[in-house]
Design a protein around this ligand. Structure first.
Ligand code: CA
Length: 231
């Protein structure tokens, strides 16, 4: 099938996947939901399309001819492009790396995946990106989070967080002392609840902690339950 931009109301999703049956299936499901879909089959064309078409979300396969999906994402982030990225991966052990600090992916699905589940993830990410920000500045010890400006600082020094990291921290700070389960955080921050996605939460918590540095312990792990920030 030729790749082509289709006209659709919900915005354009870029799909970079070299396995054509998978790409066609993803295109079909996204189109049915009212998304425009641009499919590219190799890394270089995928990156060029991301830069040219400014999609509302990108679905990137990891193993691609030319340039792999993680490199596409890394280059987008280097350009200052924080378009939501969902990775398709065949390997569960890649998850830490692809959602990690350097790459800044927002979510992933492991092959084989249900196209319906993937569409749910895309819609959830977009809902969140468009959602209303919480209103007031939240301060906890050395940490200050300003939802209006989407800015976080520790002892007055600004912290560079991705959109997902910011939303996760904002949610935890919204109820200091309250323990959130991974499923609750997934539902609140990513907009879907699925046991399969809870590792996404763990990886992002680890990233936020890494960025918090000396203040990492502000986010407490409650064994067997989830996470909280102490009041
Ligand atoms: Ca592939």
């Amino acid at each position: 099938m030729m790749s082509a931009v289709t006209d659709a109301s919900k915005g354009l999703v870029l799909v970079v996947e070299d396995e054509r049956p998978i790409a066609d299936l993803v295109r079909l499901y996204l189109s049915r939901e009212g998304f425009g879909v641009q499919v590219e089959h190799d890394g270089a064309a995928g990156l060029a399309a991301a830069r040219r078409l400014r999609p509302v979300a990108c679905i990137l396969d990891i193993a691609l001819p030319g340039m792999d999906g993680t490199e596409i994402c890394r280059r987008m982030r280097t350009d200052g492009d924080w378009t939501p990225v969902i990775f398709l991966t065949a390997r569960d052990d890649e998850v830490d790396r692809i959602l990690g600090l350097e790459l800044g992916g927002d979510d992933y699905v492991t092959k084989p995946f249900s196209p319906r589940e993937l569409v749910t993830r895309v819609k959830a990410l977009l809902r969140r990106a468009a959602g209303p920000a919480p209103d007031r500045v939240r301060v906890l010890g050395p940490l200050a989070l300003d939802p209006e400006r989407r800015a976080v600082s520790v002892d007055g020094a600004p912290l560079m967080l991705t959109a997902t990291e910011f939303d996760l921290l904002a949610h935890l700070l919204g109820r200091p002392g309250r323990v959130f389960t991974r499923e609750e955080l997934l539902a609140a921050v990513w907009g879907y609840a699925s046991h399969a996605g809870t590792r996404t939460v763990d990886v992002h918590v680890a990233q936020v902690r890494a960025k918090l540095g000396d203040s990492a312990s502000l986010i407490r792990t409650v064994r067997g339950v989830g996470y909280c920030v102490d009041a």
